[in-house]
Ligand binder design. Structure first.
Ligand code: NDP
Length: 328
């Protein structure tokens, strides 16, 4: 069936400004790291993307190596764009990244100008796009001068292949330097993409302050700790269709008795609020206005809908925040 987006798609989603930029992002964005590779049914992919856009999710996050195999998430996203979203390109905010291993040899990973610009060209051709909205350096490169990596991002913008630039997985100190170099080049840092969840709070230890000073936004990845902060594993078992059972990135040894106790305590707080654990975990990240968006993954339309419904609940009270703090 041809896709007709919901006319009311902008009625309920809330949008936050990314730092001191002109860009508003939905409080919940969708990432295509998992669930959009070649092993994943195209009809499920299509249904999740359509529902996301219908719910006001305008931001879709990719990277050169998302799949598996590498590149396939961008190829599949390109397919869905051509079939469903081409007329709405100007309503979409699409990101991609380069930094992790992508092709063999010395020019296939890290942060050289050589790698970043070649990778961006390949990403654009896989997705069938003229430009992405954000191009990220996916990880800091300890061996390449930051001026070279940031210079490559600046070139991407000046050549019209990206509108804005971002960095991911940079420490607070590396971010401070990257932002300064970019400012000097005249291409300000739009956003940082760090891992952030109730189970991994490193950003609270300096990064969020640095970003605020730099006028850059923050989009939190793996906000559900890849599914740990959902109902998925609460009973201690590993469902056959879960990331822990299928993927390589979420290991079974994470499910310790201590973690399960924490998760169950959090789940109880969620229940008292009439929410699911996943919804509580997302609301908790959004309690800080310096976080522009939470970047979720979803393997089904039901998960996506449940996660977006997190925005319907009232804000967390001081008592609830204290109860959560005592568990973490
Ligand atoms: P999440 O922490 O949101 O985990 C998503 C997974 O949790 C889903 O695939 C699903 O797993 C499970 N899940 C989600 N919602 C529910 C629900 N309501 N009920 C039960 N289970 C649920 O995020 P990801 O780890 O997927 O990361 C999100 C995005 O962040 C990525 O797609 C990518 O764009 C970005 N990212 C960036 C990185 C970087 O280095 N910059 C690194 C990692 C991610 P299941 O398969 O078990 O159903």
């Amino acid at each position: 069936h041809p896709y007709v987006p919901a006319p009311a798609r902008y009625d309920d989603m809330r949008y936050r400004r990314s730092g001191r930029s002109g860009v508003l992002l939905p409080e919940i964005s969708l990432g295509l790291w998992h669930n959009f590779g070649d092993g994943h049914p195209l009809d499920v992919q299509r249904a999740v993307l359509r529902r996301a856009f219908d719910l006001g999710i305008t931001h879709f996050d990719l990277a050169n190596n998302y799949g598996p195999p590498y590149g396939s998430a961008e190829e599949n996203f390109g397919r869905h764009l051509r079939a469903d979203f081409r007329p709405y390109r100007d309503e979409l905010f699409i990101s991609t990244k380069a930094g992790y291993d992508m092709w063999p040899g010395p020019y296939g990973e890290w942060g050289s100008r050589k790698y970043l610009l070649a990778s961006l060209d390949r990403s654009l051709s896989r997705m069938g796009l003229d430009y992405v909205d954000v191009f990220y350096s996916h990880r800091p490169d300890p061996d390449t001068p930051i001026e070279e990596t940031m210079g490559a991002l600046d070139t991407a913008v000046r050549s019209g292949k990206a509108l804005y630039v971002g960095i991911s997985n940079y420490s607070a100190e590396q971010t401070e330097r990257a932002a300064a170099v970019l400012r000097e080049l005249g291409t300000p840092l739009l956003i940082h993409q760090p891992r952030y969840s109730m189970l991994d709070r490193w950003v609270e230890d300096g990064l969020l302050d640095t970003l605020e000073r730099a006028g850059a936004g923050c989009i939190a990845y793996s906000p559900l700790a890849q599914g740990l902060l959902t109902g998925r594993y609460l009973d201690g078992a590993v469902p056959a269709d879960s990331r822990m059972a299928i993927g390589h990135f979420l290991k079974r040894d994470r499910l310790t008795p201590e973690l399960l106790e924490t998760l169950r305590g959090l789940n109880k707080i969620a229940q008292e609020r009439g929410q699911s654990l996943a919804q509580l975990a997302l609301a908790w990240i959004l309690r800080d206005q310096r976080v522009t968006s939470v970047l979720i993954g979803a393997s089904s339309v039901t998960q996506l809908e449940q996660n977006v419904a997190a925005l319907d609940a009232p804000a967390l009270t001081a008592e609830e925040l204290a109860a959560i703090e005592s568990l973490l």
